[in-house]
Each structure stands twice: as structure tokens, then as C-alpha cells.
Design a protein around this ligand. Structure first.
Ligand SMILES: NC(=O)c1ccc[n+]([C@@H]2O[C@H](COP(=O)([O-])OP(=O)(O)OC[C@H]3O[C@@H](n4cnc5c(N)ncnc54)[C@H](OP(=O)(O)O)[C@@H]3O)[C@@H](O)[C@H]2O)c1
Length: 321
């Protein structure tokens, strides 16, 4: 995406990003002069990975140390992380902040457990921290919510923020599948991971709800504040009964005066939360403007990469003011 967007980034924003270092699960490569993106992609596809590039650092690498030592302006973090072991991803972000680097992340777990702390550390170091791809990938739920909250009050939010569970529930609704059949199809098509726990137990939706509530409503919440129920117990009979009543069962995340919660709910058929396949949507109920709805694809590598670029542009523009 960087390659494809180069001319537009320069023309629209005067931004010419250079990759000066990359760390993956096995090794790392750094070059003060910059690393050619095509060579980098070829290396990642080759059997030797980053080790095939000059300037590579063999395994084991300590990502936080390398982040501290590099002279980059900004860290882009896109590593897997989960709520049971978020420390490494949190440490990487803190290493960036305390060594005076901005950071963009699409990794959710650090924000699910330590969002206020991370924002505080970035502010204390006078660097920028952006994470717009953590909710909705390329669809800018966080940006819209923050924009609304500038001049209006968001009283409540109802949202579908997990494409995997929406795919499963809409397959049960539209094609009469059982939960097991729909999950098997979601796995086959690559929507669900081999271990679907994060998605089907509502954990992914809950973390995104925390990020949304903190970002736009200054809620100061963590994952442990969310009441979470997943979709494992939704049966074909529940779905059929809802359908007969003109409704559809969806995994809904809610933020309102009662707090943050995630649970399967009946939503109106053809209403804003009756979404096809892996789509995401959020209804922001505002005091003055009423309900404002955003929907779009909530996952995918290229989509998520657009969020990273968007954040880089924002950081770049804020440093030019
Ligand atoms: N894909 C999406 O739709 C999407 C949307 C929003 C947010 N996200 C988040 O983005 C992150 C990455 O997702 P993805 O789909 O790109 O996953 P992925 O395809 O599995 O890629 C993960 C990358 O992280 C690297 N990595 C793993 N452990 C590492 C470590 N300890 N230190 C440094 N690098 C490490 C891997 O290295 P190797 O190449 O060596 O394996 C790989 O390049 C996840 O946190 C995910 O939740 C993804």
C-alpha cells in the first residue's frame, strides 16, 4: 500500500515515509538509508525471510530494545497479542514513547488492558499515539466518534464490531445452518481462526468497545469492566424464532449509562444492525444530531493498512502545525 500510495501521499500531504527497520517473529532488519519495500516483500516471501536482506539481525531479537535504539520517527505495530499476555506489545509501545517516537498500532490487546496508561506515557513524552485500525480496520469508527463528540454528546452506542460472529449468525439466519456448520464454514473461508475463542466468546468485540468508549467518550475503561456473553449458546431454534418475528440475532456491543456490554441480541430485520456477512456497523446516538450510523468492512490486511496510513498522515500533519 505504501508503494501504491507514494505519489498521492506526497501530492496530498508532502509525506514520504521511509521504512528504516522491520522486526518480525524471527529476525529484524535495519537500515538508516531506508529499506526498499519491494525487496522487503520479496524477502518476506522467501524461505530465509528478513535474514536474506543486508543489515539483518538474526534471532533471537528483542523488539523493545531495537525500537529504543533505532532513529525512526514512528513505530508501526501490527503484531498478534492477546489479553492473557499483552505485556510484550505494551512494552514495545512504551519503548517507542520513552525514546521519543510516535506510534501507530493496530494491535488491540495493549489498549484493552492499558489504554489510559499508554496515552499518558505518550503525552508525557510529547509524542503522538494513533490506533484507528484497532476498531473496524479501514472503516473509521473511531474518527467518526471523536468528530461527533467534539461538538455533541454521544449518549449511547450500539455496534457490531466483529465480522466473524456476524458471518456465523447471518449464515444461521439466511441459510438455516446450525452454529457448528456456520462456524466450520467461517473457518474454511478464513473468517474464523483455528481457535475462534476471541471472536465467538465476544472478547474481540469487548476490547473494541473499550477502545471506542475511551477514545470518544473518555470512559477510562478496561476489558475487565465489560460484561461479555458470546454466541456459542445461540441455537438454530433461537435464530428461527427471531426470524419468524421479523428479527435477526446479532452479537451487539453496547455503551450507555449502564456501562459496556456485549451479548447476542435480537435486532430489527433490515435495521441498521442487520448486516450481511462480515460487515461491521455502529449507531452513535447523539443528543443533538440523533442517531448517526457508519457501516463498512471491519477486517482485512489492505483495509487495516489504510488505517495505518491514515494515522501516519495524521501524525505527520500534526507535527507540521
Ligand atoms: N488483519 C486484520 O483484518 C486486522 C484488523 C485489525 C487489527 N488487526 C490486528 O493486527 C495485528 C496483526 O494482524 P495480521 O492479520 O497482520 O496478523 P499476521 O498476518 O499473523 O501477522 C502478524 C505479524 O506479526 C509478526 N510477529 C509475530 N510475533 C512477533 C513478535 N513477537 N515480534 C515481532 N513481530 C511479530 C509476524 O511475523 P512473521 O512474519 O515472522 O510470522 C507477522 O509478520 C493483530 O494484532 C490483529 O489483531 C488485524
Amino acid at each position: 500500500l505504501l508503494d501504491q500510495s507514494r505519489e498521492r501521499l506526497v501530492a496530498a500531504h508532502g509525506l514520504k515515509p521511509t521504512i528504516v527497520g522491520v522486526v518480525d517473529s524471527k529476525s529484524a532488519v535495519f537500515s538508516h538509508q531506508g529499506i526498499d519495500t519491494r525487496s522487503l516483500l520479496e524477502a518476506k516471501r522467501s524461505s530465509r525471510g528478513l535474514a536474506s536482506l543486508s543489515g539483518s539481525i538474526p534471532s533471537p531479537v528483542n523488539a523493545a530494545e531495537l525500537i529504543t535504539d533505532t532513529d525512526a520517527d514512528c513505530l508501526v505495530q501490527a503484531v498478534p497479542s492477546n489479553l492473557s499476555a499483552p505485556a510484550a506489545a505494551v512494552d514495545q509501545l512504551k519503548a517507542a514513547f520513552v525514546s521519543q517516537k510516535n506510534a501507530v498500532t493496530v494491535t488491540k490487546a495493549p489498549l484493552g488492558v492499558a489504554m489510559s496508561d499508554l496515552i499518558g506515557t505518550a503525552a508525557a513524552s510529547r509524542v503522538q499515539f494513533r490506533y484507528s485500525g484497532t476498531v473496524g480496520a479501514g472503516t473509521p469508527f473511531l474518527d467518526l466518534a471523536a468528530s461527533l463528540a467534539k461538538s455533541d454528546q454521544i449518549d449511547s452506542v450500539e455496534a457490531i464490531l466483529n465480522g466473524t460472529t456476524n458471518f456465523i449468525l447471518s449464515s444461521m439466519h439466511d441459510r438455516g445452518m446450525t452454529y457448528a456448520q456456520a462456524l466450520a464454514e467461517a473457518t474454511k473461508l478464513g473468517y474464523a481462526e483455528t481457535d475462534p475463542t476471541n471472536d465467538v466468546d465476544g472478547i474481540d468485540t469487548a476490547v473494541k468497545l473499550v477502545i471506542l468508549a475511551n477514545h470518544a467518550m473518555n470512559a477510562g475503561r478496561t476489558f475487565s469492566d465489560v460484561k461479555v456473553q458470546g454466541i456459542r449458546s445461540v441455537t438454530a431454534a433461537h435464530v428461527a424464532a427471531a426470524k419468524a418475528a421479523g428479527k435477526a440475532i446479532r452479537l451487539v456491543g453496547r455503551i450507555d449509562a449502564r456501562g459496556l456490554r456485549v451479548a447476542p441480541e435480537e435486532v430489527l430485520a433490515n435495521g441498521p444492525l442487520d448486516l450481511p456477512g462480515a460487515t461491521n456497523a455502529a449507531v452513535f446516538n447523539t443528543t443533538t444530531c440523533g442517531p448517526v450510523v457508519l457501516r463498512g468492512s471491519g477486517a482485512g490486511g489492505p483495509n487495516t493498512a489504510t488505517a495505518i496510513l491514515r494515522d501516519l498522515v495524521d501524525i505527520w500533519r500534526s507535527t507540521k502545525v
